[in-house]
Design a protein around this ligand. Structure first.
Ligand SMILES: [Fe+2]
Length: 363
């Protein structure tokens, strides 16, 4: 692979992997990683890169055995593997891409809690979670507090005004419909918070009552479906800001967001859906007509046989899902036929992504 300096003194290559890239000397200089430049315990820079010579140039470079050895005009030098250079140039991440799914699994992503101390197995669970936005774990325990212990395998708990964890059990004068025996259609939790909780874990202590089955829907898959099949509805849903609101005697929480939120590249970012809590702000009636039709379509897709996955969470099982992508719900249950008790908590995306990067880097 041939590198050469172009007329500006930038390092370029005619190799296919480096096509269109020309490398500024400072970009590579501030990536030098030996002990002179980085603390070898925490990999943090030992100098201020803003104070490097802005006119720095490449002095020498040589390619040997898939490594680039390089020297700069400020007498610094270093070595880069071509692979690491390609990863840096393309901003490659080891986090797997999302894979949209429908209700047509041959096998569900169910993992055995007793094997999670095996790093490879744990890493597989985390990769699967990134792809699908959910995993199910069995053989945990039926003890209270299991959800906290499980969550802390990934990172810190996101405490809310419901506490460090919440008990999903039917109770009188509940401050959320989750704490009744009513059926709850597919929704994302807490869209009224800033930011929304990233990941939810729900652990089943007991599910003896008739009813109370669980459902999950991939908001990403539904968004992709609408983009192709109902582009006008997709447009309305990705551009109309909606108010979400939670009210109880202690606090009023409010936040705005789109039912399907896109990033600055117009790629899917997240879903929000909670028919119990949403209020579209004032808009022209003709725009609202379009919005209400699109929301209705979205609702029916979320509850459709094509997209909604249904299963039963039995005692000792838990499910972990990306609350910004995968919607969850449950069927109504009859409190007179048996006890139903789930415990839930939230963690941040940092926890699962960070753990996966750590595991993949060490394996
Ligand atoms: Fe919920």
């Amino acid at each position: 692979m041939d590198f050469f300096l172009d007329e500006n003194g930038f390092l370029t290559s005619n190799h296919i992997n480096f096509k269109n890239f020309s490398i500024h000397p400072l970009w590579l200089r501030e990536r030098l990683s030996s002990e002179n430049y980085l603390d070898q315990n925490n990999y943090q820079r030992l100098y201020e890169p803003s104070l490097l010579d802005p006119d720095i140039k490449f002095l020498k470079y040589v390619i040997e055995d898939n490594f680039l050895k390089i020297e700069f005009t400020d007498n610094s030098k270093g070595i880069f593997s071509i692979e690491s250079l390609i990863n840096a140039l393309y901003s490659n991440d080891i986090i797997p891409e999302k894979k949209p799914w429908k209700n047509d699994f041959n096998t569900l992503p169910i993992y055995d809690f007793r094997s999670l101390n095996d790093d490879k197995y744990f890493s597989k669970l985390l990769s699967n979670f990134q792809e699908l936005g959910f995993v199910i774990v069995n053989n945990t325990s039926t003890e209270e507090g299991t959800v906290i212990k499980f969550a802390e395998m990934f990172g810190p708990i996101r405490t809310t005004n419901f506490g460090k964890h919440f008990d999903v059990v039917s109770k009188p004068k509940a401050n959320d419909l989750a704490y009744t025996s009513l059926g709850i259609k597919a929704h994302t939790d807490n869209p009224y918070r800033k930011p929304m909780p990233g990941i939810q874990i729900l652990h089943c202590i007991s599910n003896e009552a008739k009813g109370g089955d669980s459902s999950l829907v991939d908001g990403f898959a539904v968004a992709e479906y609408l983009k192709v099949n109902e582009p006008e509805m997709y447009e309305v849903l990705t551009t109309t800001n909606v108010l979400f609101k939670f009210v109880d005697k202690d606090i009023i929480l409010e936040n705005y967001g789109k039912l399907i939120e896109l990033d600055h590249n117009n790629k899917y970012l997240q879903s929000r859906f909670s028919g119990r809590l949403d209020y579209v702000p004032y808009a022209e009636p003709l725009h609202l007509e379009k919005f209400y039709a699109a929301r209705k379509k979205l609702y029916h897709l979320y509850e459709s046989e094509e997209f909604e996955l249904n299963f039963r969470l039995d005692s000792g099982m838990l499910m972990m899902f990306d609350n910004m992508r995968v919607l969850h719900g449950r069927t109504e249950y009859n409190v007179n036929t048996g006890f139903r008790h789930l415990q839930g908590c939230y963690i941040d995306h940092d926890s699962t992504e960070g753990k996966l990067r750590r595991l993949k880097s060490s394996l």
